[in-house]
Design a protein around this ligand. Structure first.
Ligand code: FAD
Length: 441
């Protein structure tokens, strides 16, 4: 069977890999000059580093299995994470139950309520009821208004902007439920997974195996249109106008980009694609001579600050891995028309620098060695109420045309693990459908 895969992020790469293993003839088209999609990396201090901070949880079993399958299990390190919370110009440690007990921004009774909320969500397996209520409503009703106002409200607003009060509780349930699995022992410290040398190591190994297995990888090759005849996928048209024939086409890219490539989709399916809006991400990476704080992941609860989180990567993988550089990610999720998307490093730095001094008054621009900005218009789907009804199927209404996109990950939040799981699932569907067609013709 001839298969075209459109999109060389981890989902598309996984599908191509599984189909290659099954002996199929696979061509992969990726519009950018590299594979990996949002897991793209660049060089810092002689090592590869993700453009957008990445780690995995111990519940991410599909990616762990894949890393082992690729022979890279020894490079997967489980490292204690240090989470912090910035509020009222103060950093509060926020990893263990003990940190919560001492968490200043909330009154003692609300700290207990937050602890009980965590336990409740950890122990609850049936999440159906969380589809029908927003995070805001559920927290205000079941925890307290103060907890929403001080904790979850600012984080939801930072991540989802105006849509902060529309996000379904199913999203928060899955986050808390799965994240608890990464905690260990009596102290309940959290351990997160990271590949030594960056996640590039597994992307690179998959690319090597794809090429060795005969997959044709086309980089800098944007697909302009997916073609079909009699409601059956026939291939793709590239930006230069050339056509590529196929028995099946797998689109592994953001849902709203897919819609533009496939004008033959039914109005019902298009309505499902349009149902979910996306947030973009603007992420600055700064290398420094000194460390800003001892925290790896710092939530910024003060919405007057110009960023949502600070991720000091070298408080996780030490600076010795990056020629002594301390690495800080300055993270924002934003609507795609936000002014930050039009700004360069220096314009953004003029906004971020004074705020970094609030984190550490000793901080100065002299500490900075280098800075980069990465922008992703499709970074985070916004999942609202009753999403089971709206989630688009991987099998589209066009025979032989499949979609794998982050809006299909549910109830879990998007992450490499789930894109890889989707990549596996779709490869199985493509093969099953091909066998069924062959049996009936
Ligand atoms: C800021 C940030 C932090 C994150 N942190 C984590 C984390 O800590 N842990 C974790 O596991 N995950 C994390 N993620 C999520 C993770 O990166 C994604 O879930 C995963 O990479 C999505 O992979 P994908 O293949 O589904 O999509 P994408 O990576 O979006 O891949 C889609 C690909 O399609 C290509 N494409 C688009 N249009 C065309 C076209 N017309 N023709 C050809 N190619 C096209 C794109 O260039 C892209 O390469 C994070 C994401 C962001 C943005």
């Amino acid at each position: 069977m001839k298969v075209v895969v459109v999109g060389g992020g981890v989902a598309g790469m996984t599908t191509a890999y599984r189909l290659m293993q099954g002996g199929h003839d696979v061509k992969l088209f990726e519009s950018s000059p590299f594979l990996g999609g949002l897991v793209r990396t660049f060089e810092v201090g002689g090592s590869r580093l993700e453009a957008y901070y990445h780690h995995i949880f111990s519940s991410d079993t599909t990616i762990i299995d894949l890393i082992n399958e690729l022979g890279l299990g020894d490079d997967l390190k489980w490292i204690e994470s240090k989470v912090g919370w910035f509020d009222n110009d103060k950093i509060y440690p926020f990893t263990t139950p003990k940190d919560l007990a001492l968490f200043g921004p909330l009154p003692p009774l609300d700290r207990i309520r937050v602890g009980l909320m965590g336990l409740k969500l950890r122990n609850k397996e049936d999440w159906a009821e969380f589809e029908r209520i927003t995070c805001k409503e559920w927290i205000e009703k079941n925890v307290s208004k103060k907890v929403f106002e001080k904790m979850w409200g600012p984080l939801l607003e930072g991540k989802y902007g105006d849509a902060y009060d529309q996000v379904a509780m199913a999203w928060l349930w899955s986050k808390v439920h799965l994240r608890f699995q990464s905690r260990r022992g009596v102290s309940q410290k959290e351990f997160l997974g990271y590949l030594k040398g960056s996640f590039y190591v597994y992307i690179d190994e998959m690319e090597r195996r794809l090429r060795a297995g005969g997959v044709e990888i086309n980089l800098g090759a944007a697909v302009q249109e997916i073609t079909a005849e009699n409601n059956r996928a026939t291939g793709v048209v590239l930006a230069d106008g050339s056509r590529v024939e196929a028995d099946a086409v797998v689109a592994a890219l953001p849902s709203l980009l897919f819609k533009k490539l496939a004008p033959m989709l039914s109005p019902e399916y298009v309505a499902k694609l349009e149902h979910v809006k996306w947030q973009g991400a603007v992420c600055m990476v700064v290398t420094m001579k000194k460390s800003l704080s001892p925290i790896y992941w710092m939530n910024i609860a003060d919405r007057a600050m110009p960023f949502l989180a600070l991720v000091e990567h070298t408080n996780f993988m030490g600076p010795e891995n990056y020629d002594g550089n301390h690495i800080l990610y300055i993270s924002n999720y934003l609507q795609q028309d936000h002014e930050y998307f039009g700004m360069d490093e220096e314009q953004l730095w003029a906004i971020f620098e004074p705020a970094l001094k609030r984190i550490n008054p000793a901080f100065s621009s002299d500490w900075v060695n280098d800075k980069w900005v990465f922008k992703a218009p499709f970074a985070q789907p916004i999942i609202g109420l009753e999403y089971s009804k709206y989630r688009p199927d991987h099998r589209t209404p066009v025979d032989g045309l499949y979609l794998e996109t982050m809006t299909q990950i549910y109830p879990e939040d998007r992450g490499q693990n789930y894109s890889i799981r989707m990549g596996d699932e779709v490869a199985r569907m493509v093969v099953e459908d091909h066998a069924r067609r062959a049996a009936t013709t």
